[in-house]
Design a protein around this ligand. Sequence first.
Ligand code: 13P
Length: 259
Amino acid sequence: MRTPMVVANWKMHGRLAEARELTQAVRDGLKRPRGVEVALCPPFTALGAVAEILTGSPLLLGAQNCHWEDTGAFTGEVSPAMLADLGCRLVIIGHSERRHIFRETDEEIRRKVAAALRHRLQPVLCVGETAEERRQGLTFTVVEGQLRAGLGGLGAEDLARCTVAYEPVWAIGTGLNATPGQAAEVHGYLRGLLSELASKEVAQSVRILYGGSVKPDNVGPLAQEPEIDGALVGGASLQAASFITIAKKSAAKSGASKE
Ligand code: 13P
């Protein structure tokens, strides 16, 4: 039912020449990915160049953020309508760096998710606890609050078009990934909440990705967890070879999908 997905979040990396080179290498290394969907999320400035290179490729284009309005006096912002125009198919929303460095609120994130859906973009809603929250036993409380705030109020059809990414903040860029067991436990909890928000069928169809220090040498056991439907990859997505390996290792065996 769920084909795994691997999403490259380049963050604020990739001037044009680098973005082109990396995209070409990933495209050539993943000409026809089987049993996995692959998306590249470059910075806004490289979206056009990456879109051109991905023409005719099954790899999807995505953005790392968006505003919630279509147009208006919002200096420095980019709307989902503009992203859709460029050929984006998905957009990462509520990444922990947006929440913590740029102080994005749950309400803003909710509006962004709704705006992305209005423009037929697939929102990839990120949730995750800090090290301190985990230490205090608040992991489930935190991710539940973020999930309900981001997706609450959506109809079942819209919910089915969303993807969730569990990214424990303590695992991002630290080299310290969640164990497959730790991740699977949270994914299972999130899926239970999705059942409540929509239905069991919808919950079973929504992909829940894991993100946080995913590397070629740790992705295998994560990908084997039935509850983990792929990866949101930061640092390791900046090297074509490592990202390609992660994508291949995340593919469902024999092209089958997860249930
Ligand atoms: P790293 O893979 O660099 O830990 O980053 C994870 C992330 O934030 C992806 O969105």
